[in-house]
Structure formats: structure tokens, C-alpha cells
Design a binder for this molecule. Structure first.
Ligand code: BDP
Length: 718
């Protein structure tokens, strides 16, 4: 053999032996990256990662086993064989007592785990050491499989396991605000994943990855379409498409739900009314439900936005929300379906403080809903603002199951480009004490049903998912999808623990990486509140798209769409008086809560201007005047973004270049926009307060006219 061909041969040999280069990271894999663990961990894990044993088969068991195969292959570089029996040490046995005789024989304490819980134990089976993942229902196996993988992904030992878990909330749903033309209301991650035009024949393989991701965090339902809904989704051709998605998601324990347009009997049914008490209307909905369940036997039910922001509803026919909800509930009840009726209502004609309206409308209806209706309440009383006190309905409807609706997509929190971890914000709301019926009853306990013994429990998250390669529009927004799922599973989890788990799975386990990432995340919500709406301010966003500041806007058709309605700043002071001398919204809370929120001396500074109108020279807890404190907080928010930029820059050697650059670039956008927010708001408020900037704080670069003239008609998500 000639020398050159010898060299060639040698080269090819080397190439074959070299470890395959890891595929470039672009975020598609989310927290399910399954990149190889370090050598010493390989040693520790491998003995526990032998064959994957399933004695029975089903689509869900296969999905769980396939995930283990895929995960272990990536993490440990092994290709564990799929086997029908435990034959050697290190097997992972996956089964329910029904699917697996061995699991049945082990007589594990599965009873307390319900249908979706799971147990993972290191056991000995006929003298062989094995790990068993057992559950009563098959979706529990899926959750258990993902849990085992998560242990490895976060570098925890798996050789002496004895753990179990079950979800605290029954229905853990994503709400997609996706339109039939694939635009996504308040979506910043591209188009809708649902390619309606190509369904039902073509099922994008991405649908399976979507289902895997959701199953990995325990999400078990998805509302496919926008709450501002189009009745066409309920027509036969669309239902076939919906059925195709349902078939794809089913093995992953995920049911589909639809947003129903209340006047569908008129829009697509040829009736001249949608009056919920009209027998023809009731018959139409019953027939529609029957039609849906014929092709989607496990259809979850309906989500409804009625008589809100122009959507049709029962009040158009002189009926109540309960009449409307009960009519739909009756239609799906024979099939085991549920109706989620949104409490996000406010009306233009009502002179009442917008923050009070949902409570005024719904609280008196407590106990008037059929037993398969859940009233879905946003976390706060206004609208997904950067920070809101918990909604006063939580705790106030003991006879009606209440769901909490969170917004994962960051409509009011910097769209996809601002790094804002929402786990801390949600934790703050879930941990809030409702004092109903007594001290110590948190919002989480209302939602998980324990406070009032609810028969249904639901958590809903407005999805931030689109067809962008990284799913959520940004790498860090994946954390919000993840955190939402984890909190829906267990609302008692800590935001920091979730952040750490996500960081390890998404970026790597190097402590020098994990610690700063978690630190960035944990401070990020306070930062955005500071540079957008500090001290309890809210709704200062520009009109329509809500992109950027518009605190001066005062000319919209509805009074309660104007930022000036919300901040009420003038030459004397700033803030919305919601005490007894004002709208008295505080009275909707339990007495103990009202006593705190309603008292200027006791209200936390974070909610000062939400509940109080105070003079510019009012002293906050810091000892500074409100005006000075505004300047300090707005400036502090911008500084926090700059600190994140520095922290992230220092991580360059430890993060793959593509994702690192993307995050750096987004932080530059965030820094620019945070500065814009600070400057525009402060220059505007200064035009009213007529006070100087405190020493050491630079006044904005431009005058008010400059900021008022900024127009961004093409901002996304509108
Ligand atoms: C608001 C959004 C709007 C939604 C509405 C809702 O701006 O797009 O339709 O909430 O939740 O925050 O119904």
C-alpha cells in the first residue's frame, strides 16, 4: 500500500473512532437534550441502566420506554435493549399492575398515587438488582420515566431509589391563543405549530416532540385555539384535524380541548339565537358535543371567553354566566367533559373600577354552576401585568372550582426578547395568604382544591410556543414553559429549585454555570417590574401591541384601556385609590388582607400605587419620596439588566456559541428597551411631579415629545 493511501486509511480509522461531534445546540431539544454525562457519572449510572423491561405493550408504555431508550443512549452512550423480562442486573422495569405481572407481584404501595402518580424504587427481582417504575395508570409510567431521566440529567444518584410523586392538580393545561390562520395572539415565537392546512393527513413530527416536552413536565391537556375564538374550529372538517392532533398526543397522556365561541349555533349552526335557555340552542350544543366525542372519545372539554372584550356570551341574551356555562356543561357531561369558563370580564359600560368587575360579576354566582364547570381566573385582577396582587376571587368561591390562568407568553413582560423568569412571580401569587376561610390558606391551596374540597382542579397557562426553532422565541423563555408545568404539577414547588433543575438540564451541570444562571433568573422578574411598572403601577404599555411604554396615552375609546386610567398621576400625586375612599376594591379581599392592602403604612411598597393615590412627597418604606423611589427603581431595573449582561458574558467559555450569542444579542435588546422604558416613563412622570432627579441619577437623554413620537406599528403578537 502506498504511503498516501496508508495515511488516508489511518485518517478514516481515526475518524471512525472519534466520538461523534455533538449536534450544534439551537434550543430545539429544550430541557430534553440528553447530552452525555461526565465519565465518572457514566460509571455510576451504567450499572442501573441495563435492559428496559416492559411486559405488556401499549402506545403509552412504548412512548415511555422509547424515551428511556433515547435518554439513556444520549446520557450514558448505551443502547439498552428492550426486553420482556428481567434477565440480568440493572434492568429498568416499567409497568402498571395490569400491564406487568412482575410489578403486580412486587405489591408496591401504589394506592395513594392515583391514576397519574408514579413510584420509582431500587428493588431485587429474583435475585437481580433492578429499578422499577410503577404506576396505577400508564401516564404515570411516562412521568416516572421522565423523572428517572431528570435524576440523571441533574446528576443525582439512582442506585438506591425510593421515591414517589403524584400531581396536586388534575387538569394541567396549556392554553394556546392560536388562530386558524396560524397567527398567534400575543405569540412571539413564530407561527402556530398547528398546520391546519396540512392536517389531518400530514402530522408534523414536531407534534410528537411537543407532546414529549409537555409530558416531561406533567402537562396533560392542551386547548388548541385562541379564546377569542373562531366558530369554524367546531365544523366537521376542522374537527377531523383536531382529532388527528388528539391521536398524536394521546400516547403522551395529553387530551385536547377547544375554545368554543358562544354564538357558534348562529355562526355555523344556522340558528337565529345562541340563547342558552333556548331548547334549540341546547340541542345544537348537545349534538355538537356528541359529534366531537364520536371522533375524539377522550376530548377534554371547552374553554370559553364570553362577554369580554367583544366576545359573544349569554348576557347578549339577557342570561348570566352561569346559564351559559351550565348549558355547555350539560352538553359535555355525558361524555365526562368539563367547561372552563373565564372570569376575565370587564365592561366598558360599567363605571366600576376594572379591578373589581370580575369579582362583582362572579362571586354572587358561587354555587350556581354545574359540577363540571370550572371558573378560570387570571392570577391578578387586571390582566397579566408585570406584578399584580393575587385575584380577590381566590378564596371567595368555596362552592365553585376555580382554576388559575397564568400567562407564559410575556405579553406585558418584554415579549420573547427580555430575559424574565416567571417562576418567582407565580410563586409569589401561589404563596399568597387569602385568609379565607382563615389565616394560612394560600392561593395554591385554593387551586389544588384542598382549601374548599373542589371536585375539579385546573391550572391553565397561556402558551409561549410557536414554530420558532427554539419553540418559545428565546432560550430562556423555555424556562417559563418548564416552570409552568412543574408548578401545575406541584404548586408548592420553589421557583429557585425549578430554575436550578431547568438550568442543569438546559445548559449543563457545571456549578460555575448553574449558579450564575439561576441568579440571573431569580432576579429577572423584579428587574422587569422595576423598569416597566414599579411600586404597583400597571398597564403603562403602548396601545394595542403593548410593546414599549405609553404612560401618557389617554385617548382610547374605552377609559379602562388608557394607561392614565391606571396610574392616575397628576400634579399632586400618583396611584389608583382602591381603598374605602376610592373604588374600595380592597374590600373584595378577606378583612385581614384588606387591612394590609388598604393601609398606606402597611401595604408593601410593591403594591403601593396599585391600592393608593399618594402625593409625590409621600415617604415609601425606603424613606425616600415616591418620586425619588420611582427614579431609583426604574434605574435599578436597567442596572439589573446590565448586570445580567455581564454575568452572561462571563459564561461564554462554558456555553455553546450559538445559544450564547443568541442570549447575548437578546440581552442587548433588553438593555435598550429597559432604558427606553425607564427614560420614557420618568420623563413623563416628571412632567407631572415637577421634581428634580435625585442626586446621582441621570435624567433621560430626550424630552417627552421624543418618546411620545415613537411608533412601532409592526410589533408582533397583536
Ligand atoms: C389580554 C390580551 C388579549 C387577550 C385577553 C384575554 O391583551 O389579547 O385576548 O387578555 O385574556 O391580556 O382574553
Amino acid at each position: 500500500m502506498s504511503v498516501p493511501s496508508l495515511i488516508r486509511l489511518l485518517f478514516l480509522l481515526l475518524l471512525a473512532l472519534a466520538p461523534a461531534a455533538a449536534p450544534a445546540e439551537d434550543g430545539y431539544d429544550l430541557w430534553l437534550r440528553y447530552r452525555a454525562v461526565e465519565a465518572e457519572w457514566q460509571q455510576r449510572y451504567r450499572p442501573q441502566a441495563g435492559a428496559i423491561v416492559t411486559e405488556g405493550r401499549s402506545p403509552t408504555i412504548d412512548a415511555a420506554a422509547a424515551e428511556l431508550e433515547r435518554g439513556l443512549a444520549g446520557l450514558l452512550g448505551t443502547s439498552p435493549a428492550r426486553a420482556g423480562a428481567v434477565a440480568g442486573d440493572g434492568a429498568i422495569l416499567l409497568g402498571t399492575p395490569r400491564s406487568s405481572a412482575t410489578v403486580a407481584r412486587l405489591d408496591l404501595p401504589l394506592a395513594p398515587l392515583g391514576e397519574e402518580g408514579y413510584l420509582i424504587r431500587s428493588v431485587t427481582i429474583d435475585g437481580r438488582q433492578a429499578t422499577v417504575i410503577a404506576a396505577n395508570g400508564e401516564s404515570g409510567l411516562l412521568y416516572g420515566a421522565f423523572r428517572l431521566l431528570r435524576l440523571i440529567q441533574t446528576r443525582q444518584p439512582i442506585d438506591r431509589l425510593d421515591l414517589s410523586d403524584r400531581p396536586a392538580i388534575q387538569h394541567r393545561l396549556l392554553n394556546h391563543w392560536d388562530n386558524l390562520d396560524r397567527s398567534v395572539e400575543r405569540g412571539y415565537a413564530g407561527l402556530s405549530l398547528w398546520d391546519w392546512q396540512k392536517l389531518p393527513e400530514y402530522r408534523d413530527p414536531r407534534y410528537v416532540d411537543y407532546a414529549r416536552a409537555n409530558a416531561s413536565i406533567g402537562i396533560n391537556g392542551t386547548v388548541l385555539n385562541n379564546v377569542n375564538s373562531n366558530a369554524d374550529i367546531l365544523t366537521a372538517p376542522f374537527l377531523e384535524k383536531v382529532a388527528a392532533l388528539a391521536d398524536t398526543f394521546r400516547p403522551y397522556g395529553i387530551r385536547v380541548y377547544l375554545s368554543a365561541r358562544f354564538n357558534a349555533p348562529m355562526a355555523i349552526g344556522g340558528l337565529d339565537t345562541a340563547d342558552p335557555l333556548d331548547p334549540r340552542v341546547r340541542a345544537w350544543w348537545r349534538a355538537k358535543a356528541d359529534e366531537i366525542y364520536r371522533i375524539i372519545p377522550d376530548f377534554g372539554g371547552f374553554l370559553v371567553k364570553a362577554n369580554s372584550e367583544g366576545q359573544p356570551g349569554p348576557q347578549d341574551f339577557g342570561r348570566t354566566h352561569a346559564d351559559g356555562a351550565n348549558m355547555l356543561a350539560e352538553a359535555v357531561a355525558p361524555h365526562g367533559g368539563i367547561v372552563m369558563w373565564r372570569a376575565f370580564v370587564y365592561s366598558n359600560e360599567q363605571p366600576e373600577d376594572r379591578a373589581r368587575q370580575a369579582y362583582s360579576e362572579f362571586q354572587p354566582l358561587d354555587g350556581r354552576f354545574r359540577d363540571n364547570v370550572i371558573v378560570q381566573v387570571k392570577n391578578g385582577a387586571i390582566d397579566f401585568q408585570p406584578r399584580e396582587p393575587f385575584h380577590p376571587l381566590f378564596g371567595a368561591m368555596p362552592e365553585t372550582p376555580l382554576a388559575m390562568e397564568l400567562q407564559i407568553t410575556k405579553e406585558y413582560l418584554g415579549f420573547a426578547t427580555h430575559l424574565v423568569y416567571l417562576g418567582t412571580m407565580w410563586e409569589e401569587v401561589l404563596d399568597a395568604d387569602t385568609f379565607r376561610p382563615s389565616a394560612g390558606t394560600t392561593v395554591a391551596e385554593v387551586i389544588d382544591g384542598s382549601a374548599h374540597d373542589y371536585r375539579h382542579t385546573v391550572m391553565a397557562g397561556v402558551a409561549n410556543i410557536g414554530n420558532d426553532r427554539n419553540w418559545s422565541g428565546s432560550q430562556f423563555d423555555q424556562a417559563n414553559w418548564f416552570a409552568y408545568g412543574r408548578l401545575a404539577w406541584d404548586p408548592q414547588l420553589g421557583a429557585r429549585d425549578i430554575a436550578e433543575e431547568w438550568a442543569r438540564m438546559t445548559w449543563g451541570n457545571d456549578p460555575a454555570l448553574v449558579a450564575p444562571i439561576v441568579e440571573m433568573m431569580m432576579g429577572s422578574h423584579q428587574a422587569v417590574v422595576d423598569y416597566m411598572t414599579p411600586l404597583g403601577l400597571n398597564h403603562l404599555m403602548a396601545t394595542g401591541h403593548h410593546y414599549g411604554p405609553g404612560p401618557w396615552v389617554d385617548d382610547l375609546e374605552r377609559e379602562d384601556w388608557n394607561p392614565t386610567y391606571f396610574h392616575r398621576a397628576d400634579g399632586e400625586g400618583i396611584g389608583f385609590d382602591r381603598t374605602a375612599s376610592g373604588s374600595d376594591a380592597v374590600a373584595q379581599y378577606a378583612r385581614e388582607v384588606a387591612a394590609i392592602f388598604g393601609d398606606r403604612a402597611r401595604v408593601p411598597d410593591d403594591f403601593l400605587l396599585w391600592f393608593h393615590h399618594v402625593p409625590w412627597d409621600h415617604r415609601t418604606r425606603s424613606g425616600r419620596t415616591v418620586w425619588d423611589e420611582l427614579v431609583v427603581r426604574y434605574s435599578r431595573g436597567v442596572e439589573a439588566v446590565r448586570a445580567m449582561q455581564r454575568q452572561w458574558a462571563a459564561l461564554a467559555p462554558r456555553v455553546d456559541p450559538r445559544r450564547h450569542t443568541e442570549v447575548s444579542d437578546f440581552l442587548r435588546i433588553q438593555e435598550r428597551e429597559a432604558t427606553w422604558w425607564r427614560d420614557a416613563c420618568l420623563v413623563y412622570f416628571q412632567s407631572l411631579s415637577r421634581r428634580p432627579f435625585p442626586a446621582g441619577y441621570a435624567p433621560p437623554a430626550h424630552d417627552l415629545d421624543h418618546y411620545r413620537a415613537i411608533r412601532t406599528p409592526y410589533a408582533p403578537g397583536n
